[in-house]
Design a protein around this ligand. Sequence first.
Ligand code: ZN
Length: 465
Amino acid sequence: MKITFLGAAGEVTGSQHLIETQSARVLLDCGLFQGTHAETDHRNRHFRCNPAGLDAVVLSHAHIDHCGNLPRLVHQGFDGPIWCTRATADIAEIMLRDSAHIQREDVRWAKKKARTGDPVPEPLYTDRDVRRACRQFETADYHTWAEIAPGVRLRFHHAGHVLGAAICELEFLDVDDEVRRVVFTGDLGRRDQPVLRDPDLVDCCDVLIMESTYADRVHPPASDVREALKCLMQRALDVGGRVLIPAFSLGRTQLLMYLLNELRNEQASVKIPVYLDSPLALRLTEVHQRHTEIMDAGVQQTLQSDDDVFNFPGLTCIRSQDESMALNRAEGPMVIIAAGGMCENGRIVHHLKNAVSDDRNAILIIGFQARHTLGRQLVRRVPHLRIHGRSVPLRAQVEVLNGLSAHADAVDMKWWLDSLTARGGASHFFAVHGESEAAESLAGLAADCSAESPVVPKNGESWEI
Ligand SMILES: [Zn+2]
């Protein structure tokens, strides 16, 4: 068996790992490389494996750095099955359509700005490629084996992380009819988070490929966010202010909706209008409403008395740009959850421009803010923000909470690995999907679990097992 790390090795985007045996070639994930370098575009356009020669793709979950290059793979000749859970198929379709739309807009903008004769690259893929890729989805339930290629079977386990995410357990019939067990964690979620189940534990295996995004840190609990939400909403009611929450469309927005619904159920006194101002997040919330059967015990219990855990009195979903702009003129206390997460683009930008200079307002930051983004300026509480090219004074309260991270931290990863060690561990261990420090930290955490020394593979490296 040969494993080649084609992406998310020593970095966090472009998840792609190729497994080859004498009878099958299976690609784990087909994520988009994200970044601004010219090299990123080249890597997305040119696969380092032959798409037409693959027997199957296994998709761990629907984040774009895991599924975002599937339409390109299909465009370049892959016509086999793309295996994933049902919820992942539903979410991936929405994410891929959105990705094609963004690419189309980027190209239109680039063509407008280009001087005559300047080359403008075409989008990586079109809506047609997205439709073809989605027709190739094959879904399997959690905990059920499926034959996905000659001599290869697959079983999904709950990974937490985002709805539909799976730890992928594969068995390959290798030379001399020997069965090789491979476990690929995809992105691993946290324990004791609302909505999603805890990551499942798995049995011993020959090869473990594990993500390492936050293996070098410890997250605060989600309960902090709940308390902060309560306090900020009460303050907004008292002073007549608004609470702005820049939110990532998949996962964190639905967690917020769930927490707001819970607060509303428990404490009817926090009656404040809430606006969800993101058509993409709204479509993804609808997928969540259709897949409550795979959610945790807390959701099942709430469903006994409340038939929609992501909806509550006082919630308004904003669809059009005009309705979104009209909120700037609205009076009274309110909560606005708007895309995008790092405040660089999306509707949150005009809400911020309208609200940051009023000290009755508050901004709740609940996700990672990359360097050089407007979100990072908010986290640093700089006295003057640059919004749409203008300097705007920051007088609103800024609250920063990291309790809703969708990724396991060092404590969760240690717990998961210890349980695997107790079940016989792994023969070979590979730490992927993390900056080098995080990946090295995970390799350290996995030392007891792996018979061979844990490895942090480099991009393009192959290992014979
Ligand atoms: Zn992810």
